[in-house]
Design a protein around this ligand. Structure first.
Ligand SMILES: [Zn+2]
Length: 448
């Protein structure tokens, strides 16, 4: 006999049973399926596996592509119970959020709700700082009251961690599960799951609604395995809603062409001010500074000095980790006020979270950073300098996201984004063009 909690572990998921009792009504399938003479396929991530590369000393085949979710071998079995939507009814209305949407947010929120009700896929293209999460609340509330099972996913763990408490506050009577590689919470069957896209690989036809935030962020963008995971985790009748500030052109085209897909554009931030545009300046000395070949004073130090004098915090973006220390020392060397504190930060930095928190608390005036801080960080009065903006690391998407860090607070809705390069790249041009497009759209809405 199995208790309800053990059984619910298998609802809409394909997982190993472990040492616990396997419910009788489970569907079974081998974790690694043999298809052809030397070809195998992983039932969890659908990757093709070769016998040569994936054979264990014991003779079993294992999948190396989804090993971070726990190793699967050809000796394992995956168990599933079709999703029954078996949730306790939460007291209605489920939405406790009492904030006010702007007119434009409200319009997008209504458009999204209509799409979800019609079971149409939806794409929300909303500029950075537009308040995307709140726009989803009406649709979430409707779907929760309809007893739908929902996943709110994003490629980034920090976005998950930020989303989870906000959703808990907005829907206090709904049981919500947070799942990602670093969350030490055991899996539980819940109506609303907040997780990274990778976690969807555990699910099969589970969700009636999947909301994906930051669809264009690493590692989701261009990742076939993860896109497949979304399709597989969704019910055949399910709806996918994608949220992004910088959608790939291909995605926008696909949504514009298809009558069964809805696209909403929100070109204005919640404070109704336009996005800060990139100022692009050419400088031939900067590459030598980045390479540590000269300490010669360059004109963009004047800009930094002006920010320092005004008391503004600022971020300096560089393309690669090796340039961080060089630029940090260069700026410190030329700053006339020695009391100005700054530091460097990058993805592999063990003190990254603490440093960003210290910057937010104004303990640091500046951070020299790689593109790791392109998303998900909001600081008041922030100014931005991008060095070697023509490096291939600065794609149009990255540049738009970086510009989007500036002017996010209604008390300080503007700021400078200075991009220093040796030559204009296609990415720089596209970023400027897209920001100009959104600002034009926004202006039309304001003057209407
Ligand atoms: Zn796999």
């Amino acid at each position: 006999m199995c208790d309800e909690q053990v059984i619910s572990n298998f609802y809409g998921r394909a997982v190993k049973a472990g040492p616990r009792v396997i419910p009788e009504k489970c569907q079974k399938q081998p974790a690694i399926v043999r298809l052809g003479k030397r070809k195998w396929r992983c039932a969890r991530c659908q990757s093709w596996l070769s016998e040569k590369e994936n054979k264990l000393p014991s003779g079993e085949i294992y999948c190396s592509n989804c090993i971070t979710l726990g190793r699967l071998t050809s000796a394992d079995t995956l168990y599933t119970i079709p999703e029954p939507n078996h949730f306790a009814q939460s007291p209605q209305p489920v939405l406790a959020w009492t904030g006010q949407l702007s007119n434009l947010q409200q319009k997008c929120s209504t458009q999204m709700l209509k799409a979800v009700q019609a079971e149409h896929d939806f794409l929300l293209w909303a500029v950075t700082g537009a308040g995307k999460t709140e726009i989803t609340f009406a649709s979430l509330a409707w779907a929760l009251e309809k007893q739908w099972r929902i996943a709110f996913v994003t490629p980034r763990i920090d976005v998950c961690n930020e989303l989870y408490p906000r959703l808990q506050q907005a829907f206090p009577t709904v049981s919500i599960l947070l799942q990602h590689g670093q969350a030490q919470i055991p899996y539980q069957y819940r109506q609303l799951t907040v997780c990274t896209v990778q976690q969807l690989l555990h699910f099969v036809k589970a969700f009636d609604l999947i909301i994906i935030d930051e669809v264009d962020a690493y590692p989701f963008v261009n990742n076939r395995l993860l896109h497949q995971a979304v399709r597989r985790a969704r019910k055949a009748t399910g709806v996918t809603c994608q949220l992004t500030a910088t959608p790939p052109a291909k995605l926008v085209r696909a949504f514009r062409r298809d009558a069964n897909k809805e696209l909403a554009i929100l070109p204005l931030r919640f404070h109704q001010q336009p996005l800060p545009q990139l100022t692009i300046k050419v400088c031939s000395t900067t590459p030598a500074i980045l390479a540590g070949q000269t300490q010669r004073y360059v004109w963009w130090m004047n800009t930094i000095a002006r920010w320092v004098q005004a008391g503004y915090p600022f971020l300096v973006f560089v393309a690669v980790v090796e340039q961080l220390e060089m630029i940090y020392r260069y700026i410190k060397h030329h700053l006339t006020t020695s009391s100005i504190r700054g530091t460097t930060v990058h993805a592999g930095d063990p003190f990254r979270v603490q440093k960003v928190a210290a910057f937010r608390n104004r303990e640091y005036t500046f951070l020299v950073t790689t593109t790791i801080l392109e998303r998900g960080v909001t600081f008041s009065n922030l100014q931005v300098l991008i060095l070697a903006a023509d490096a291939r690391h600065f794609t149009a998407t990255t540049l738009i996201q970086i510009a989007g860090r500036v002017g996010r607070k209604s008390a300080a809705p503007t700021g400078e984004v200075l991009a220093v390069c040796r030559q204009y790249t296609w990415a720089l041009k596209r970023a400027r063009r897209e920001i100009a497009f959104l600002n034009r759209q926004g202006k039309n809405l304001v003057t209407k």
